[in-house]
Write a protein that binds this ligand. Structure first.
Ligand code: FAD
Ligand code: NAD
Length: 462
């Protein structure tokens, strides 16, 4: 039996960041992880490998069609997929090794195996060869999420795959049907389309990217169509039949779509099974999420849950903030608070799509009076110099107080531009505040300032 102050089950961005912060604050921390590499979905098979491939595939695509206008002639561009995949794996390894280094540096004890909660302060680790019993004052559950199964569709890892296999194809499929025009579908659909696959995205709703501001989603869809992504909305997939040559994707009320491969990207569900929750009496909701109060505490005393396992956006930076908040609460008694409204979302397509705060639809629905300012990158000097003029910035501010209520961007490096807007919202800024701040010239960030000016009808460059 080993004794600690804190046991964390799961070493994804929620769990490993919680472990580091708790160790910084002087707690004796154990972290139980079933995979041999640390870092969770995000580092091993999520954020990091997908961004590595998005970067490499975009460079390949640009070399093929976007350099001539700069006067750069590269001749025939060839793809070495093997090297691209090796680079991706090296990027992942440097990140998983980085987490292992941080565990060592902070004296966090790592246990390899499946963690099972036995009750307050009590965890069993089911290792490959043996079981170990751990005790601690506090336990944090951070077991993340996995791919949601889709009724009628069996994944086989070859013809019908999840994001994990689609991050590691050993050849570019001639054709790929992506089920779901959400974040994964559009990011990984973009990767394989850039590398030469004919990509068809089938989406059940009548729009892409549910949750993203409608105007921005519509603009993004037009841009993706120009890039050759065949996005079909209002299509419900009912099944997939694997054939000799590939697969047929069956859709409600229409003809099946023939393809070489199918990527199922219809959402993720929390990993609340196999963790001993039922026996320990931990409450979960209908979606399998662990129910926590405002202090991230479950119905069991001193047992907490964070990240994808609980409510809120399923994002790595949200999981990290949850982890820090819980570590500080346990170690210092600080009140934990993570404002989910200020958690930004970034879709790393080209161009990127980034949002924070309320969408225009949400403001309309709850009757909040607002003013709106938009500014197109077409009118931004830096965007023209970069040759990346697609998209716009949209700022929504309260009609009476001018407080910023939401910012939505589709455009080059939107994921970096949104940081200023998140800070503005976190500090309760008005659109006038953003408009009065000096922005360097020429930068893409000037489009944010111009959109803020546009809220008051006084954008300068349009
Ligand atoms: P996870 O990262 O899922 O970690 C949970 C860990 O717990 C895992 O390592 C798992 O092995 C372990 N575990 C589970 N059960 C047990 C058990 N019983 N015992 C021991 N260990 C256990 N988010 C972003 O913010 N930006 C992105 O760009 C982004 N890209 C993504 C791309 C893809 C393809 C995918 C699939 C996801 C992406 N996400 C992205 C989402 C992001 O990965 C998750 O939101 C994030 O990883 C959640 O962190 P977590 O710590 O809650 O859980
Ligand atoms: P998602 O919820 O973003 O999108 C799933 C899509 O599938 C939705 O548009 C949904 O309407 C559609 N769908 C559901 N059933 C369908 C059916 N039968 N036929 C056709 N379409 C159907 O889920 P995802 O893309 O799988 O991503 C999962 C999670 O991972 C998300 O919560 C996301 O936040 C996170 N993630 C984030 C990033 C990022 O931050 N850049 C990248 C990848 C994943």
């Amino acid at each position: 039996m080993r004794d600690f102050d804190l046991i964390i089950i799961g070493a994804g961005p929620g769990g490993y960041v919680c472990a580091i912060r708790a160790a910084q604050l002087g707690l004796a921390v154990a972290c139980v992880e079933q995979e041999s590499d640390l870092g969770g979905t995000c580092v091993r098979v999520g954020c990091i490998p997908s961004k590595a491939l998005l970067e490499s595939s975009e460079r390949f695509a640009m070399a093929g069609h976007a350099l001539e206008e700069h006067g750069v002639i590269v001749g025939t561009v060839e793809l070495d997929l093997n090297t691209m995949m090796e680079r991706k794996s090296a990027v992942v390894k440097s990140n998983t090794d980085g987490v292992a280094y941080l565990f060592k540096k902070h004296g966090i004890e790592r246990f390899e195996g499946r963690g099972e909660l036995k009750g307050t302060g009590h965890v069993i680790v089911h290792g490959a060869d043996a079981e170990q019993e751990l005790r601690a004052e506090h336990v944090v559950l951070a077991t993340g999420s996995r791919v949601a199964p889709l009724r009628g569709v069996e994944t086989d890892g070859e013809r019908v795959v999840t994001s994990t296999e689609a991050l590691a194809f050993d050849a570019v499929p001639e054709s790929l049907v992506v089920i779901g025009a959400g974040v994964i579908g559009l990011e990984l659909g973009s990767v394989w389309a850039r590398l030469g696959a004919k990509v068809t995205v089938l989406e059940y709703l009548d729009r892409i990217l549910p949750g993203v501001d409608d105007e921005i989603a519509k603009e993004s869809r037009k841009i993706f169509a120009k890039q050759g992504l065949d996005i079909r909305t209002g299509v419900r997939v009912t099944g997939v039949k694997v054939t000799k040559k590939g697969a047929t994707v069956e859709v409600e009320g229409g003809d099946g779509v023939e393809t070489e491969c199918v990527l199922v990207a219809t959402g993720r569900i929390p990993n609340s099974e196999g963790l001993g929750l039922e026996a320990a009496g931990v409450e979960t909701d209908a979606g399998g999420r662990v129910v926590v109060d405002r202090r991230f505490t479950t119905n069991l005393e001193r047992v907490y849950a964070i990240g994808d396992l609980i409510h809120g956006p399923m994002l790595a930076h949200k999981a990290e903030e949850d982890g820090v908040a819980v570590a500080e609460m346990i170690a210092t008694g600080a009140q934990p608070h993570v404002e989910y409204l200020h958690v930004p979302t970034v879709v790393y397509t080209e161009p990127e799509i980034a949002s924070v705060g309320h969408t225009e639809e949400a403001l309309k629905e709850n009757g909040t009076p607002y003013r709106k300012g938009t500014f197109p990158f077409q009118a931004n000097g830096r965007a023209r110099a970069l040759g990346l003029t697609a998209g716009k910035v949209k700022i929504l501010a309260h009609e009476e107080t001018d407080r910023v209520l939401g910012v939505h961007i589709v455009g080059a490096r939107a994921g970096d531009l949104i940081a200023e807007c998140v800070a503005a919202m976190a500090f309760g800024a008005s659109s006038e505040d953003i408009a009065r701040v000096v922005h360097a010239h020429p930068t893409l960030a000037e489009a944010v300032k111009e959109a803020a000016l546009a809220v008051d009808g006084r954008a300068l460059h349009i």
